[in-house]
Design a protein around this ligand. Structure first.
Ligand code: ATP
Ligand code: MG
Length: 302
């Protein structure tokens, strides 16, 4: 069963196209990631799905509802964390959580949520006096308190310290264990690779790839990369001695060679160590979702 169905969704702002005909489904119980460079249309899509923006065209179903109908039942069944939260600045962490809890029929226990996001020390602090990362955690907490079947998180870990990030990964994985569906946007490819069952990569408002992180890596990179130190006078010589590699790249004193057959390439490397070549700082690197993202979207900063 699908928690979210999106068909040919389109949105624009005064003629500027932000979402240019995207389609995807999110299955019940999965963690689905929407990835893409700045301005790709992630937040616009999220806001349409949660009923904060009215789409220009296309079909959208969230838990069987059309979010543009502003159905109260739908609102009570989803939890939402926004990239730029607009919160009452003079309410404390605890007051805000209590307020949000009243919006939902079966909210989570406030103390439990505070502990999950690690805001125990800040329960009596008003939101305008929280640090950036603390505010971010509060906004995630406000999504969690809903205890909704479907949780939307728009860049939940941006600005968090590494420990808080890991903590939040556990929280998100637990949501899945509880059978909830998670719709997530992120710029951290390691996070998407770890958490998401499937990801859609969007660029300029269009879906350019959609699959599990593993399948995306496999279908985009059939080779592995071996890296090692190399001296200037050895560079030419490597080409002739490593027939199993498809490509050699030099970056200052580092060589990266690409191969379909790691064992064979390593054997070739060992065979030339007799000719005065010493293998130093040797690593084998598999492609990651980050490599896929860079390959598909380009390295340009938008
Ligand atoms: N309120 C708005 N008015 C006009 N244009 C907007 C508005 N909100 C977004 N846009 C434009 O729509 C496009 C998509 O923006 P959106 O916020 O959906 O991107 P995003 O993928 O969430 O980016 P980011 O990674 O930076 O959060 C951008 O070109 C942006 O400039
Ligand atoms: Mg955004």
């Amino acid at each position: 069963m699908n928690s979210i169905v999106v068909k040919d969704l389109r949105h624009s702002y005064n003629g500027t196209v932000a979402v240019d005909g995207i389609s995807f489904n999110v299955a019940q119980g999965e963690i689905f990631g929407l990835l893409g460079p700045n301005g790709a249309g992630k937040t616009t899509t999220t806001e349409i799905l949660v009923g904060l923006k009215k789409r220009k065209a296309g079909l959208v179903e969230v838990l069987g509802f059309d979010p543009s109908d502003q159905d109260e039942e739908l609102k009570s069944r989803i939890g939402v964390q926004l990239q730029i939260p607009s919160l009452f600045q003079r309410l404390t962490v605890k007051e805000l959580l209590n307020l949000f809890a009243t919006f939902y029929p079966d909210p989570l226990n406030i103390e439990e949520v505070i502990e999950k996001v690690g805001l125990q020390d800040k329960t009596k602090t008003i939101s305008m006096k929280l640090s950036g990362g603390q505010l971010q955690r509060l906004s995630v907490a406000l999504a969690l308190v809903s205890n909704g079947d479907l949780i939307f998180l728009d860049e939940p870990t941006t600005g968090l310290d590494p420990q808080a990030r890991r903590g939040l990964w556990d929280v998100i994985e637990n949501l899945k264990k509880e059978g909830k569906t998670v719709f997530l946007t992120t710029h951290y490819m390691d996070e998407a690779e770890k958490l998401c069952d499937r990801v859609a990569i969007i660029d300029y408002g269009k879906v350019i790839a959609l699959s599990s992180p593993n399948d995306l890596i496999k279908s985009n990179f059939t080779e592995q990369a071996l890296e090692f130190d190399v001296e200037a006078d050895q560079k030419a010589f490597l080409h002739e001695k490593l027939p199993s590699v498809s490509k050699i790249e030099f970056n200052e004193d580092k060589a990266t060679v690409y191969t379909q057959d790691v064992t064979k390439t390593v054997a070739e490397l060992l065979a030339i160590t007799d000719n005065g070549f010493r293998l130093k700082s040797f690593t084998v690197r598999s492609a990651s979702l980050e490599d896929v993202f860079l390959k598909l979207t380009g390295r340009r900063i938008r």
